[in-house]
Ligand binder design. Structure first.
Ligand code: DQA
Length: 143
């Protein structure tokens, strides 16, 4: 099983970025924790601060070699139709994740334009959001 874990803008500065909102773990900490916990799964991590970088990473799942995608599009969640279209093109399940509960935050964060083309959305559990998404993908019968 091979999963792509794709993170969007400003997630590379986790730990330094509004720690009262996003916590003190760095993206490196999160990635290492996932690698340790799911050592039997091939996890591939991508992070980009640009829309095109995220789209290119999503395109890597087009050839069917990945079993699923865990995607935190960060602020792009709220307005990127280009990322939405890239997700819609995929045949493998894509789980949108957020560290924070976007529904309990500012109005502009409450809507994700990408969520309607995802298999599911997990928000508000910090690093556990990623773990819950991976658990779902591991538990699917058709992998
Ligand atoms: C986020 C929520 C987004 O609204 C925000 O722009 C982020 C992080 C989260 O993981 O909680 O950068 O996706």
């Amino acid at each position: 099983m091979r999963l792509l874990i794709i993170n969007g803008p400003n997630l590379d500065i986790l730990g330094k970025r509004e720690p009262e909102v996003y916590g003190t773990l760095t993206l490196w900490d999160i990635e290492n924790r996932l690698k340790e916990k799911y050592s039997s799964v091939k996890l591939e991590f991508y992070q980009s601060n640009s829309e095109g970088g995220i789209i290119d990473a999503l395109h890597k799942a087009l050839d069917g070699s990945a079993t699923g995608v865990v995607l935190n599009p960060a602020a792009f969640s709220h307005y990127s139709y280009a990322i939405r279209d890239a997700v819609a093109a995929l045949k493998v399940p894509v789980i949108e994740v957020h560290l924070t509960n976007i529904h309990a935050r500012e109005e502009f964060r409450r809507k994700s334009v990408i969520a309607p083309v995802c298999t599911g959305v997990i928000a508000g559990f910090g690093v556990r959001s990623y773990e819950l998404a991976i658990e779902y993908l591991l538990g699917r019968e058709d992998h």
